[in-house]
Write a protein of this length. Structure first.
Length: 316
């Protein structure tokens, strides 16, 4: 379903900062969303990180310690969730946790409002023979739910700041900025995917949405799978890269649908850099293409008077 909290944050960020275009809005929101500061989006991100985050590191780190109770397990789990595939069991493994201490930490982080669960829609595997047994590799597969951060800035902190915290405390920022240079597009991809689902569901607001979110199982992942009460199925992929989406990506997504045994009513692509001429020619009722500028629909008719509470209020 449409994540109203993320939509509220997205709108609040826009009306606080008025970026020049939606690509800038998404890119800067992915880092500073939920921080509750005025962000001069005409300035380079690296400069803003230094001015708004690194120069105020002592305060922000103290606030993060408060939010996590200063608990090493809570922080390790947040780091594992930020940099991994978001699956709960793999995050526990990455953080060196078990179901007991990992589950307790996850429950606390949920209660504190730092994360929320995205539930898997994978069906448990069954043998075609009522008395048959599943292959070992299938039987061992555990369906795992995933986790989303409720505020982009918290994920940014545990993706980039937390792993470099000792260097930052010593005013050494080189590794942080090297990591950001290599991983920024990859990092922003998840926020773009979340916002893409918000935009899709916003455009489907006159329909009754039965189920929406990403889909994953042991072999297939699809960024967005939305089903409405009139049995229409919308399948979408989101590409936050510096390359245009081509017909090749369409074929890949069609193959995934065939493997899942679904016939989409419409295939949708969301792209940072737009689409190839070939793909544009296929656009129609079966294929919808959204670029960064289309996200303006989320703020166009919204009120700019709405105040939302950020995790870091009051700030400084």
């Amino acid at each position: 379903m449409t994540d109203t909290k993320l939509l509220e944050q997205f709108r609040s960020f826009y009306f606080r900062n008025y970026p020049n275009d939606m690509e800038t809005q998404i890119e800067y929101f992915a880092i500073f969303g939920g921080l509750g500061l005025e962000v001069d989006t005409t300035q380079p991100i690296y400069l803003l990180i230094e001015d708004l985050i690194l120069e105020n590191f002592t305060y922000l780190n103290a606030k993060v310690e408060e939010l996590t109770l200063g608990n090493a397990i809570n922080k390790r789990l947040l780091n594992a969730l930020a940099v991994g595939d978001r699956r709960i069991f793999s995050a526990f493994n990455r953080a060196g946790l078990n179901n007991g201490n990992g589950g307790a930490a996850l429950n606390y982080l949920q209660e504190r409002g730092l994360v929320q669960i995205e539930y898997s829609r994978e069906e448990p595997a069954k043998s075609l023979n009522p008395n048959g047994k599943l292959k070992k590799e299938i039987a061992r597969h555990r369906i795992s739910h995933k986790v989303l951060f409720t505020h982009p800035f918290i994920r940014f902190w545990f993706y980039f700041i937390y792993p470099n915290i000792r260097n930052i405390q010593n005013k050494k920022y080189e590794r942080l900025f090297e990591s950001l240079e290599k991983k920024q597009n990859s990092y922003t991809s998840l926020v773009f995917e979340e916002l893409s689902e918000v935009l899709l569901n916003y455009n489907l607001r006159d329909a009754q949405i039965l189920s929406s979110g990403s889909y994953w199982d042991a072999k297939i992942e699809i960024d967005i799978l939305t089903i409405t009460n009139d049995e229409r199925v919308y399948v979408a992929e989101c590409k936050w890269t510096n390359h245009r989406v081509t017909k090749k990506e369409l074929h890949k997504l069609q193959e995934k649908c065939e493997r899942l045994g679904i016939e989409p009513s419409q295939i949708i692509f969301f792209s940072k850099r737009g689409f190839s001429k070939e793909l544009k020619q296929k656009q129609g009722k079966d294929l919808a293409l959204y670029s960064s500028e289309d996200f303006e629909a989320l703020v166009k008719n919204a009120s700019n008077t709405q105040q939302i509470k950020n995790l870091f209020d009051p700030y400084l």
